[in-house]
Write a protein that binds this ligand. Structure first.
Ligand code: HEC
Ligand code: HEC
Length: 370
């Protein structure tokens, strides 16, 4: 029997390292094909980087540099400062290789990691600069606008990428050419979830491999006959890392509700309404009925747009496990509900619940506790 690495070691060591820092060799795409290093070096200042939602890991910045930033002695409008931050490995989700060319720090290679879309920071230092919060989706990150900076894409592609907006990404656009972007989901609170993604395409490692190989353009193997995809690359830099990556994601729990951020009495009344109208699908409140028998819901059952589901293998939506809701507005796969009030109003209409305004308010207070 093969020797398995210890789970504990994976959870806070190897898995975390892979989640935060591993590019799976995707530099060959982001550097050699997309030429992002040229764009960053010539025109992405820290100010612009923060504007498109990129985050800076304050813990990677040496105290003297942090001091200089605070004192206003660092030019945040200069792309050279971005190169310095990449050299310090301080830009969340981006890996840069910086070499001295002609006496000047030059970004020669750049790649992306899982943390790009699924990590945030607490902004303890300044807006967008702080301690890492792995698993928190970065709903300010404008992935489309970032990719659109690449000199290697067509004007038609550029228009599509620029249409997505912050916090959205379409993980199938480069496969089927369609565009129905998804809200970047949390990667926390999944330990008890059987199938990942809005349409329950498969267990966590299935999806991690899909993204690493087909979206990040890492070097590895991924195949799914349902989608007609079969990628084999050697050496495979993805497959051997999936177990540790899974353990790390499963170790991430969602943020706990903050006391005082909701009305406890109203939430208690809301819980009764939830148990009446919602729990048949959102089983055990934080769970999903997909866990038993891989159950899915046709888009019309919950009044969802069918466009994305039709592009997937399962063609229907998984009941989303509810966790950290306050943290990650907007809601539903396409972000079509801007607030929890919109979620409740949506269900009230689509599922004809006849909730009064007061009852809707109570239900919202309960959702804030999840
Ligand atoms: C460019 C942005 C981006 C990157 C990079 C990215 N993801 Fe995702 N991820 C998404 C989107 C969008 C979805 C939603 C897909 C869906 O549900 O159909 C998703 C879905 C997921 C889910 C499922 C969440 C759920 O509720 O079921 C997990 C887990 C996840 N990603 C982990 C990872 C890991 C691990 C990596 C690195 C190997 C990664 N992602 C890289 C954008 C990204
Ligand atoms: C028939 C099954 C079903 C019922 C009943 C149901 N839901 Fe859902 N719920 C779903 C499905 C499926 C999704 C995923 C829809 C999507 O994103 O396309 C979802 C998604 C959600 C989300 C979005 C979570 C996120 O992170 O984006 C919230 C919030 C939610 N439901 C709350 C409720 C509440 C409150 C009720 C009761 C009023 C309820 N649901 C009743 C199946 C159901």
């Amino acid at each position: 029997m093969a020797c398995r690495p210890s789970y504990a070691a994976s959870a806070d060591g190897e898995g975390q390292r892979i989640f935060r820092f591993d590019t799976f060799g995707d530099e060959k795409f982001w550097t050699d094909t997309a030429k992002m290093q040229q764009v960053i070096q010539s025109s992405v200042s820290p100010t612009l980087a923060l504007k498109v939602g990129l985050r800076v890991d304050a813990d990677a910045i040496p105290p003297e540099v942090a001091q200089a930033i605070k004192a206003g002695q660092v030019d945040l409008n200069s792309p050279a400062t971005t190169v310095t931050l990449l050299k310090l490995n301080a830009v969340v989700g981006l890996r840069g290789t910086v070499e001295t060319v002609g006496g000047k720090d030059t970004l020669v290679r750049v790649g992306i990691t899982c943390a790009l879309c699924h990590s945030n920071v607490d902004s303890a230092f300044a807006p967008g600069i702080g301690h890492r919060r792995d698993g928190w989706p970065n709903r300010d990150l404008n992935v489309g606008a970032i990719i659109a900076l690449s000199p290697a894409i067509t004007d038609a592609q550029k228009a599509v990428y620029n249409s997505w907006g912050p916090g959205k990404y379409d993980p199938r656009y480069n496969i089927d050419g369609k565009s129905t972007p998804l809200a970047l989901p949390p990667a926390y609170g999944l330990a008890h979830v059987r199938n990942e993604t809005y349409t329950a395409e498969g267990p966590i490692s299935y999806w991690n491999a899909y993204v690493a190989v087909t979206q990040m353009h890492g070097q590895g193997n991924f195949s799914d006959p349902r989608l007609g995809i079969a990628v084999t690359q050697s050496p495979d830099l993805v497959t051997s890392k999936l177990a540790a990556l899974r353990e790390y994601q499963h170790s991430l729990s969602g943020p706990a509700p903050v006391a005082g951020s909701f009305d406890a009495a109203a939430a208690r009344r809301g819980r009764v309404l939830f148990d009446r109208s919602c729990i048949s699908c959102h089983v055990a409140t934080n769970g999903t009925d997909n866990n038993s028998n891989n159950r899915l819901h046709s888009p019309s059952e919950t009044g969802m747009d069918a466009g994305y589901a039709q592009r997937t293998a399962n063609k229907a939506y998984r009941t989303t496990p509810l966790r950290g809701l306050v943290q990650h507005a907007p809601y539903f796969h396409d972000g079509s509900a801007a607030t929890l009030a919109d979620v409740v109003a949506h269900y009230n209409r689509v599922r004809k619940l006849n909730l009064t305004n007061a009852q809707q308010k109570d239900l919202i207070e309960f959702l804030k506790t999840l």
